[in-house]
Design a protein around this ligand. Structure first.
Ligand code: SF4
Ligand code: SF4
Length: 314
């Protein structure tokens, strides 16, 4: 049986998604819809057209091939209707100007492995490996279990970047083949979490507590987003929770905080994704937010350090 998953990007030579040089595989589809999301291509679990109007040379190929009349060229004006588009990708195959691209490609485990293995020499020399990201990779847990298992057979270090919003059994089934888990902790207030991400944080909190009862190295990640979690009060609640998690792990017989193998990374909100929203026809609700200053990021990091948490600002 060859199952497939919808992949929107495979990033080679990545140095920000875990140790060493890595290949990061981005899966489409997520169970949250954070309004500031930096990867809007990963939100929907279906392929979609990216439309960069400024690249169009008006050749009319898309108008010709689209059976759904989603493209029109009239009096020098260019129209594309997402309401009529069924995301079949035919127009993108026939557009050579870079205006149209189908985001999301169905791939088998073998196809993804072939991409991963192209850079195996770099993983060895840099203590790197692969990272599964998204979107939310764990929504395709059967597919990624096979992928992770095959990476481990090749002795490749494996990391999982996850929002943690699903049943524990999913993550638990992946742990035997995962060397590092990077899990987001965005906010502790469940009502506000629902308001800004579309779902409560109940499952995330439960999964984080379960995860620290294993011996897996963990990096908890907190995107620092103005109006969401950048106040001292809201960030301190996250710090208190990370402290609780470290204590939980240490109760299992670890000698010191350093041995807990739990880190916290703070990622500043940025505006680099705003064009992506425009090109995907998605509403960018974080357009007015101002990214946190470096001083703010370090002020928050100091709070975590006071609680003896191993914290990094990215
Ligand atoms: S095929 Fe591409 S370049 Fe040609 S009209 Fe359509 S979008 Fe523009
Ligand atoms: S993806 Fe298919 S339906 Fe959508 S505009 Fe292109 S050809 Fe038409």
């Amino acid at each position: 049986m060859s199952s497939t998953a919808l992949i929107f990007h495979i990033q080679r030579f990545s140095i920000h998604d875990g140790p060493g040089i890595r290949t990061t595989v981005f899966f489409k589809g997520c169970s949250l819809s954070c309004f500031w999301c930096h990867n809007p291509e990963g939100r929907h679990a279906y392929s979609e057209i990216q439309f960069v109007a400024s690249n169009c040379i008006g050749c009319g190929e898309c108008v010709y091939v689209c059976e759904h009349h989603a493209h029109q060229l009239k009096d020098g004006e260019r129209f594309y209707s997402r309401a009529l588009c069924v995301n079949c990708g035919k127009c993108a195959q026939n557009c050579f100007s870079g205006t149209l691209e189908l985001i999301g490609k169905r791939m088998t485990v073998k196809q993804v492995m072939d991409e991963i293995l192209r850079d195996s020499a770099f993983y060895e020399s840099s203590n790197g490996g692969i990272t599964l990201s998204g979107g939310e990779p764990c929504l395709k847990s059967v597919f990624i279990r096979t992928l992770l298992e095959q990476c481990k057979q090749q002795n490749i270090h494996t990391a999982l970047e996850t929002c943690g919003n699903y049943k524990w059994d999913k993550l638990n089934s992946l742990l035997p083949f995962t060397d590092l888990v990077m899990m987001d902790i965005k906010l502790m207030n469940p009502d506000k979490h629902k308001q800004v991400t579309g779902d409560s944080n109940k499952r995330i909190i439960t999964n984080a507590r379960q995860l620290v009862l294993t011996d897996k190295p963990i990096i908890f990640r907190t995107p620092i987003v103005p109006t969401v979690n950048d106040t001292i009060e809201e960030f301190s609640e996250i710090v208190d929770f990370i402290e609780e998690l470290i204590e939980l792990r240490l109760k299992r017989g670890k000698a010191s905080t350093n041995d807990a193998n739990i880190q916290l990374e703070l990622l500043p909100f940025h505006q680099l994704a705003s064009d992506k929203y425009k090109h995907l026809g998605q509403d960018y609700k974080a357009a007015q937010l101002i990214p946190p200053a470096s001083e703010k990021m370090h002020e928050l990091a100091e709070i975590a350090k006071k609680h003896a948490i191993d914290v990094k600002v990215r």
